[in-house]
Design a protein around this ligand. Structure first.
Ligand code: PHE
Length: 335
């Protein structure tokens, strides 16, 4: 019996790891362990022998348990020390910080154009994205029954408000607020209830421009548009001017540029036409001036609405408009 106990104690002492110790515990203290063996033939013993055996078993149990506990707490202590060591950190080291993002290509081009127009004496104005029907349509010579309202599929909101379908309402706000003479641009986000494909988004960006003064001519308009396009593309781009209809300008034009994605033969972005509509523009319709309290006998002006989103697509040869709002970092990190 003493030999059995001694060899069990020796095995506990020999355990090298917590796992070893656990295996030894099952063998020695478990249901089939040493103590169980010692109790097995108790029934065959005399009363005196049984008392002696009982005492021995109790003493053995205590010896084994305290040997086990001592060993176990040594392993636990080591494990804790290792963990504390590996999880240690220096709280005085400065935090690494959040990696900086970058400006969206639309913002970049917008800021460039703002700088250009500021240098030519234009003010940069901002307007609300939720607009009144008056500012988005009526004041721009588009009354409720006018077919031109159907040109722009509108997201209507409760209470007669809407998501602005273009940046032109900021022209109206500019005229109301500042009066003539006026040189303003208004970059911003606009919304149309359209189905989305490679060249159409429900949400996109325009940059509106307006100049009101005495004796403004189509020549002035063309001068500013050429200056704008040369600054943006930093090279000659082929343009064409064709008549375009917008109720708030008269005469109205569409300024198209040769598609810079395909160079002319046609692709999804230019809808196979080789040309991209970039700059609708014209001389401000006298009705529009009058509605904003400006006397058309004394003042006139030009206005244009640059498609900022299209412009970015042309400049960087992006063949699908959906990339711009995708939030995809693989796309954004290229700028
Ligand atoms: N607001 C017009 C549109 O979004 C564009 C435009 C602006 C046309 C200014 C002429 C002058 O369709």
């Amino acid at each position: 019996m003493q030999d059995l106990l001694d060899s069990a104690l020796a095995r506990i002492a020999a355990a090298q790891t917590a796992d070893d110790l656990e295996a030894v515990r099952v063998e020695v203290l478990g249901r089939k362990g040493v103590l169980a063996q010692l109790s097995k033939d108790m029934g065959k013993l005399t009363a005196d022998e049984r008392v002696a055996r009982g005492k021995f078993i109790n003493a053995a149990k205590q010896a084994l348990e305290s040997a086990y506990d001592a060993k176990k707490s040594a392993f636990d202590h080591d494990a804790l020390a290792i963990r504390l060591d590996s999880e240690w950190m220096d709280l005085t080291v400065p935090a690494p910080g959040v990696p900086p993002g970058s400006l969206h290509p639309i913002t970049q081009i917008q800021w460039e154009i703002e700088d250009l127009f500021r240098s030519m004496g234009f003010t940069v104005l901002d307007g609300p994205e939720v607009e009144t029907e008056f500012h988005n349509f009526d004041a721009l010579n588009i009354p409720a029954d006018h077919p031109a309202r159907d040109m722009q599929d509108t997201f209507w909101l409760d209470g007669g408000h809407l998501l602005r379908t273009h940046t032109s309402p900021v022209q109206v706000r500019g005229m109301e607020k500042l009066g003539p003479p006026l040189r303003m641009i208004a970059p911003g986000r606009v919304f149309r209830n359209e189905s989305v494909d490679a060249s159409h988004e429900h949400t996109f960006y325009q940059l509106e421009g307006m100049m009101i003064d005495r004796n403004v001519s189509v020549g002035n308009l063309i001068y500013f548009m050429k200056t704008l396009l040369t600054a943006i593309f930093k090279k000659e781009v082929t343009v064409r001017l064709r008549p375009g209809y917008f109720p708030f300008v008269e005469p109205g034009f569409e300024l198209d540029i040769r598609c810079l994605i395909c160079g002319g033969p046609g692709c999804p972005v230019c809808k196979q036409s080789g040309w991209v509509e970039l700059l609708p523009c014209g001389l401000v319709n006298p009705h529009v001036l009058r509605k904003s309290g400006i006397d058309p006998a004394e003042w006139n002006g030009f206005a244009f609405g640059l498609g900022l989103t299209r412009l970015v697509m042309m400049r960087y040869a992006i063949d699908d408009i959906r990339w711009l709002q995708s939030g995809d970092l693989r796309f954004l990190r290229q700028f």
